[in-house]
Design a protein around this ligand. Sequence first.
Ligand code: MF3
Ligand code: CO
Ligand code: CO
Length: 251
Amino acid sequence: MAIIIKSKQQIDGIKKSSQLAAATLDFIAEHVESGVSTEHLDNLIHEYITEHGGIPATLGFHGFPKSSCISLNNVICHGIPSRETILQDGDILNIDVTTIVDGYFGDTSRMFTIGAVSAEAENLIQVTKECLDLGIEQVQPKKRFGNIGFVIGKHAKAHGYSVVHQFCGHGVGVQFHEEPQVNHASPKKSGARMRPGMIFTIEPMINIGKPGASIDKKDGWTARTVDNQLSAQFEHTVLVTDSGVEVLTVT
Ligand code: MF3
Ligand code: CO
Ligand code: CO
């Protein structure tokens, strides 16, 4: 399957879905606090998405049981919201929301902090956000996808961090995961060329320690760092325009 060049109608639909995904993260922000369970947050996310005409894409996706992924501390991604996971001072977490509106997908995630977190955690989050922003700056027609991973890898490395390579960004919009796979560490000028109308995510996962991820054997989803050190992630859905890039997961 080739990379889909989206039509005007598809772009409009994906933009609407992406805006709802971003609005959901704006909405949940005020509820993210010490003492609440990640299941409670997921319930609120489910309610918000459905009340605004959307469907949470993760719910039932290959058996994933919840309406969002909530990944704490050493969890890289795909954390399952749970009644037993209670947020505590010092925690850092990623909330990842994917919406379906009129059949179109929008996918975004961001980091949240509880109370006072360590300087190390603050720095990791800051650098990870910079990695996403630098990746977005590389989006331009005719340029190659590999440039995105090149700048992300360089920035993470300059701060002594590692880039997770077991999970990637992806084409998105008509389906949850489409071609291409967007690597977050890759050689400059490698990969396919970007063209106007392509829509994909950039979603770097950056680790303080080793880059490896290990999947929980019991739940089959939760991806943790192999050394139990912290991990952070930010994600946007972006459109290649005639002149550059438009970030779609904004309100
Ligand atoms: N939203 C995630 C991504 O950025 C995918 C989650 S799939 C799930 O691609 F099944 F874990 F929900
Ligand atoms: Co994604
Ligand atoms: Co996502």
